[in-house]
Design a protein around this ligand. Structure first.
Ligand code: DMJ
Length: 659
């Protein structure tokens, strides 16, 4: 779908196509003031030729790295009956929740549904692709060798100029923000619930927010997060030297809970201290969902210009991440130099599906609020790349190489590394006021493939979402995967004919499974991952999967299920989670995660995650509020629970305003 079709509300689309380009890679070496003749030109030519030979070599290595593991897995699974060593994967949230998965899993079951296609054909395919890449690299090297030194010099200068122009245009975007009419937010604060018991529960959750906020303020003000046991600040490398993650993440929760003084002090901090002119290598995904999302949400709720300005300023800083040959962004970016790279652990230098697939909502709003389509163009190009790729069994692998534009390892997950990509397909459809038909189709096609290949029922009837590794199922579900219950239910209304009830039911079944993962622990809070094999159901069996870091996904699903069904069990389950948080995570200095939810005594991890304030407490508060607080037909929650309004078509906006 053309970008224009998605952006009916741009006030002043600035010119310029896709940034693209080689991200300063080639231009970086030469000094702009050197003359084009003599020994200097000769050295530059040599450098360029070396660079090409080197890239050809790297292309070959990459090809080998990211195709061989699949083949060897197939071979070990099919021929040798040994347990393949699975590649380390990490929670795509990397920092706080990051855990490299256990390398080997002897229980990867052969013969489970989801068998790959013909292995010989797949192998042949991979080899053909490697050959093709190789030939292309050689061809390019040959062409360059035939050029005159002056031509090479000119190409380099052109490339440098393009990058410089991109950067200039990107900067100009936020200096000249067009005026926008602030539309008063719908349902940003709600009535008190009529039922006294519910009112009391809601007030309790607000008190929890106060406890978390006051302690952060007291011990870690201006830093990213709080260590509630040590009573000091906590920094995570995810944000480089950008500061204030908790403040920005908490803004909208403070607003909807009507904590006005706290909102004002947070706003002043943003005005005076939130600084993006720092030499920092950041996670593009984390900075986008927490900082860009938090600032956009604060703007849409309060109408304060500072939030719009800061959101766009940060969005501009993230643009160089897209300077890759395919336009699939890097995972990590130095926001000063504009140099990007990928996580060293990611398959063959790949970018991660859940990271580059979780920019769409925020970037559309950045275009909307800046009047510049560049942000939307970048994310629409991601979609084009994805749509041009063949999907194994209709599934989206978690790894995609930004240089070749090809998939890395065939590992599919609705939890870490994949999760919010699917969430953003559905929400792109909803946020477009149901005009983005492409997103809708991609979402329902993906969900259908997930149902066929990943969703299973345990022997005692619990529905779970397994992970798919090159056609083999790992019968494990992550806490992160629990968000999917809410997602299935939220999409149910628009499901293909006759499937609405089915998806609501699927949402309810996932909610039940995730509830069981909480209920089967001593602390009544769920582990990071739980398994359905070796005779257990919904229980963590590995020590490194027993922790709980104040994550929101289970209460997030309760929130959607409550709103969409009003089945009282969701309020009951949510209240059990509140009690467990109070009993086991609350300490004098705030709230802490737990190292093992099956132990009888708390072992604290000493981190109050910023998403506890952004998400966990917000979802809980909404469960005990009336539905007119943030009505789902007007607001989309980004993956960090930040609020983005539906980009209404003009017609509908008029209708709303007239009411
Ligand atoms: C949050 O940062 C977001 O919800 C993200 O999508 C997943 N992980 C954390 C919370 O668990």
């Amino acid at each position: 779908m053309p970008v224009g079709g998605l952006l009916p509300l741009f006030s002043s689309p600035a010119g310029g196509g896709l940034g693209g380009g080689l991200g300063g890679g080639l231009g970086g070496g030469g000094s702009g003031s050197r003359k084009a003749s003599g020994p200097a030109a000769f050295r530059l030519t040599e450098k360029f030729v070396l660079l090409l030979v080197f890239s050809a070599f790297i292309t070959l290595c990459f090809g080998a790295i990211f195709f061989l593991p699949d083949s060897s897995k197939l071979l070990s699974g099919v021929l040798f009956h040994s347990s393949p060593a699975l590649q380390p994967a990490a929670d795509h949230k990397s920092g706080p929740g990051a855990r490299a998965e256990d390398a080997a899993d002897g229980r990867a079951r052969r013969g489970e549904e989801g068998a790959p296609g013909d292995p010989a054909a797949a192998l042949e395919d991979n080899l053909a692709r490697i050959r093709e890449n190789h030939e292309r690299a050689l061809r390019e090297a040959k062409e360059t060798l035939q050029k005159l030194p002056e031509e090479i010099q000119r190409d380099i200068l052109l490339e440098k100029e393009k990058v410089a122009q991109d950067q200039l245009r990107d900067k100009a975007v936020f200096r000249r923000l067009p005026p926008v009419d602030f539309v008063p937010p719908i349902g940003a604060v709600g009535r008190e619930p009529a039922d006294a018991a519910i009112r009391e529960k809601r007030a309790k959750i607000k008190e929890m927010m106060k406890h978390a906020w006051n302690n952060y303020k007291r011990y870690a003000w201006g830093l990213n997060e709080l260590k509630p046991i040590s009573k000091e600040g906590h920094s995570s490398s995810l944000f480089g030297s950008i500061k204030g993650a908790t403040i920005v993440d908490a803004l909208d929760t403070l607003f909807i809970m009507e904590m006005k003084d706290e909102f004002e002090e947070a706003k002043s901090w943003v005005e005076e201290n939130l600084d993006f002119n720092v030499n920092a290598e950041v996670s593009v995904f984390e900075v986008n969902i927490r900082f860009v999302g938090g600032l956009l949400s604060a703007y849409y709720l309060s109408g304060e210009e500072i939030f719009r300005k800061k959101a766009v300023e940060l969005g501009v800083k993230l643009l160089p991440a897209f300077h890759t040959p395919s336009g699939i962004p890097w995972a990590l970016l130095n926001i000063k130099s504009g140099i990007g790279r990928n996580w060293p652990w990611a398959s063959g230098g790949s970018s991660i599906l859940a990271e580059f697939g979780t920019l769409h909502l925020e970037f559309l709003h950045l275009s909307h609020l800046s009047g510049n389509p560049i942000f939307a163009e970048k994310v629409m190009n991601i979609r084009t790349v994805l749509n041009n790729l063949e999907k194994p069994q209709g599934l989206y692998p978690n790894y995609l190489n930004p240089s070749s534009g090809q998939w890395g390892q065939y590992h599919v997950s609705v939890g870490g590394l994949g999760d919010s990509f699917y969430e953003y397909l559905l929400k792109a459809w909803l946020m477009s006021d149901k005009t983005d038909l492409e997103a809708k189709k991609m979402y329902f096609d993906a969900v259908q493939a997930i149902e066929t290949h990943l969703i299973r029922k345990s022997s005692r009837g619990l529905t779970y979402i397994a992970e798919w590794k090159g056609g083999l199922l790992e019968h494990k579900m992550g806490h992160l995967t629990c968000f999917a219950g809410g997602m299935f239910a939220l999409g149910a209304d628009d499901a293909p004919a006759g499937l609405t009830q089915h998806y609501l039911q699927l949402g309810a079944e996932i909610a039940r499974t995730c509830y069981e993962s909480y209920n089967r622990t001593f602390m009544k809070l769920g582990p990071e991952a739980f398994r359905f094999d070796g005779g257990v159901e919904a229980i963590a069996t590995r020590q490194n999967e027993k922790y709980y870091i104040l994550r929101p996904e289970v209460v997030e699903t309760y929130m959607y299920m409550w709103r969409l069904t009003h089945d009282p069990k969701y309020r009951k389950w949510a209240w059990e989670a509140v009690e467990a948080l109070e009993n086991h995570c609350r300490v004098n200095g705030g709230y802490s995660g737990l190292r093992d939810v099956y132990l009888r005594h708390e072992s604290y991890d000493d981190v109050q995650q910023s998403f506890f304030l952004a998400e966990t407490l917000k979802y809980l508060y909404l469960i005990f509020s009336d539905d007119d607080l943030l009505p789902l037909e007007h607001w989309i929650f980004n993956t960090e629970a930040h609020l983005l309004p539906v980009l209404s078509t003009n017609k509908k906006e008029v209708e709303v305003n007239e009411k």
